[in-house]
Design a protein around this ligand. Sequence first.
Ligand SMILES: Cc1cc2nc3c(=O)[nH]c(=O)nc-3n(C[C@H](O)[C@H](O)[C@H](O)COP(=O)(O)OP(=O)(O)OC[C@H]3O[C@@H](n4cnc5c(N)ncnc54)[C@H](O)[C@@H]3O)c2cc1C
Ligand code: FES
Length: 349
Amino acid sequence: MKSVALRAAAVFTHPAPPHDFISLFNPLSSARQMRGVVSAVRAETTQSTTIAFRPGQGWSPHDAGQWARIGVEIDGVRQWRSYSLSAAAGQDPEITVTACGKVSSHLAHHTRVGDVFFLAPPQGDFVLPSGPRPLLMLTAGSGITPVMSMIRTLIPRRNDADVVLLHSARTRESALFCDELANLSARHPGLHVVHRITSEQGRIDLSSTADLDAICPDWRSRKTYVCGPTDMLDAATQLWHDADLPESLTVERFAVATLPAVPGTGGRITFERSDREVESDGATTLLEVGEEAGILMPSGCRMGICRTCLTPLLSGQVRDLRTGEIHSNEGDLIQTCISAAAGDCHLDR
Ligand SMILES: Cc1cc2nc3c(=O)[nH]c(=O)nc-3n(C[C@H](O)[C@H](O)[C@H](O)COP(=O)(O)OP(=O)(O)OC[C@H]3O[C@@H](n4cnc5c(N)ncnc54)[C@H](O)[C@@H]3O)c2cc1C
Ligand code: FES
C-alpha cells in the first residue's frame, strides 16, 4: 500500500524521488538513511564540543556506554566516524567530540544547531554490569565520554553506587566534564573522582600495581572499565592479566591496535570500478589509501568492528593489520579499514 502511494507521489515530485522531496521539508524523514538534526551545541573545552541531536525514525535508545556511527558531509563527501554517546541512558543522544583530525575538527568547530547528521543505531558492549558492583573507571582524554554516560546514568539513580573515576588529562583546561563531575561527587558519596594532570604529575604508571594501590587500594575487587589511548589500554590489559583478573576488565578502543609495520611490504592497489591505481606502503589501510585518492569508500567504525567497509578482493593479497593474516582468495570480502596491501592487489571498488 505504502509503495503504491509512493509511486503515485513520484508523479508529482519528479525528478526527485518522493523521499528526497519530503526530506526537503523534514530533514529527519528518509527511508534510505537514518538522520538526526542537531538540537544543541556546547563547547566543553577549546578542542572539545558536545553536540546533542534529535534522531529520526529507526533510532533505538542507547545503553550507557554505547556508541553510534555518525556521518557528515564535508566538502561534498559523506564521512563516517564512530562516537560514544555521552548523555545518560534514557536522555536524548549527545556526542562529545575532541578535535584531532579531519572529521572531528569539523564536528567540534563547525557544527551548528539545525545541521543534519547521518546516523546508524547505537551499538557496543562497553556497558554497565547488570547488577550493582563496585566500579573503577580508568579514562584518559576523550576516552571519558562513554564512562560519563555511565556515571550520569548510574550516580543520580542508585544510592548504592560505588564508583571511583581516575581520569587523566594533559592539562586542567583540557579535562572534560570537570565541573559536572565535581558537582556530582559533592552531592553523591558513591562517586569518588581523581584527576591526574599529566603535564604536571606525569602519567599513571600501569607497568606495576604501585600507582593503583596508592590511588584505589581495593582496585582488585572492582569491575574496571578502561578507555583512552592505545598504550594505556594495552598496559591495563597486561596488568589485569598479570593480576589474574582479566574478566574484571572491560576495554573500549577508539582506535584499532595494529601489529608493527612489516618493512618492504605494500604494493600497487587498483580500485577497479573507480579506475584508479595507487602505490601504497604496507602500513596504510586500503580505506585511507582509497579516501586519499578521492574514491568513495564506505566506512563506519574504522577499526574492524562494524563491517561497513567490506569490499571484494578481485586478485592479489592484503594483510590484516591486527593479526598479520594474509588474504589472497579471489572474492574474499576485505575489511578495508584494517587491511593494507601485501603486494599488488585489485579491489572491486
Ligand atoms: C567506538 C568508538 C567510540 C569513539 N568515541 C569517540 C568520542 O566519544 N569522542 C571522540 O572525540 N572520538 C571518539 N572516537 C574516535 C572517532 O571515531 C575518530 O576516530 C576521531 O574523531 C578522529 O577522527 P578524524 O576524522 O578527526 O581523524 P582522522 O583524520 O581520521 O585521523 C587522525 C588521527 O587521530 C587519531 N585519533 C583517533 N581518535 C583519537 C582521539 N580520540 N584522540 C587523539 N587521536 C585520535 C587517529 O588514529 C588518526 O591517527 C571513537 C571511536 C570509536 C571506534
Ligand atoms: S569500517 Fe567498521 S569494520 Fe571497517
